[in-house]
Design a protein around this ligand. Sequence first.
Ligand code: LMR
Length: 394
Amino acid sequence: MFETHKAPAADKILRVMKVFADDPREGKIDLGVGVYRTPEGLTPVMTAVKAAERRLLEEQATKGYVGLAGDPAFHAALRQLTLGNSVAADRVAGLATPGGTGAVRQAFELLKVQNPDVTVHTSAPTWPNHEAILDTLNIRWQPYRYYDAATGGLDREGMLSDLAAVKRGDVVLLHGCCHNPTGTDLDLPDWQEIADTLSRTGAVPMVDLAYQGFGLGLEEDVAGLRLLAAAMPELLLTVSASKNFGLYRDRVGLLLVVTQTPAITLAVQGTLAWLNRQSYAFPPDHGARVVTDILTDPSLRADWTDELREMRNRVLAMREALAKALKLETQSDRFDYLLSQKGMFSRLPASEEQVEQLRRDHAVYMIGDGRINMAGLVAETVRPAASAIARVLG
Ligand code: LMR
């Protein structure tokens, strides 16, 4: 049956991971996949995670099933971290999922159940897997203007004009913070304008939040999301704990769906549980429990917040060092825009050939669209990376 089988092309982010791993060159620099790294180049288990896991090992009395939608305490803890008090809890349905990607997938599945003709409007550009999952589900998607490559900032006018034309009942996918792949974020007035625009058109926002705590701070990074949630009758939120809890392989994600009334929320909650049942029955629980324990224990939470602040500061220090080194190498301010961007990512104005040349001639790895991960830099590699980028980008 598989004689003529052809595998789909690998995702461009995962492709870079593989080619980097296979490169035997000393001194190769990985600015590819979006994972945090220490100055030693490691992605360690966070201290609070280790402590919570130790406690779990000692105290957990059963590995029996949790509910199909996951543990309500996990929903509550992450709901509070993300939405705060912007929406009454009885208007929010929740679904634990394997990772943030699982939450995105189940969100799209829910949209398809609700309205097979829905169009999802995605920022240009967006995380490539958003579009890939939409294609897999045969859901129509359409990019709205977002990133202005000429300035490295937001194409505000273009975005608002595209969003004003979105049909009632269609969905607008936004990045909560640390936009992937550009690092170009919305400020509070932008979020307000989006809320006003979507309220006028009747479109529904979906916010993907994978990097809370890596931009300006845990609270600051969700101020826009909370503004939007408080203003809109409905909203979908997908949350990943991969990056800010360093739980990548444990697959900890959550889908939250804000509806207009507690009664509607109950109905949606039933559909969410059914979606998990059709996919893998029960969601993974270990990492979710670790997250819940950290967020509800004041001492673990303080420890986690401190470590996350250190991670954020390290990424910011690398961002600033790279911008400075590029200024020196190019004797120009054309890379100053890097300083206005947030989180791990920025996008270099590099063609696919230039990205390939950086890999081939300098062992500097980035995604084909020019996306770089600042967390892949350490003090010693900033200068060589900047020099290679300056040489290839001219
Ligand atoms: C990334 O964008 O690099 C990460 O979110 C990893 C992934 O799954 O693509």
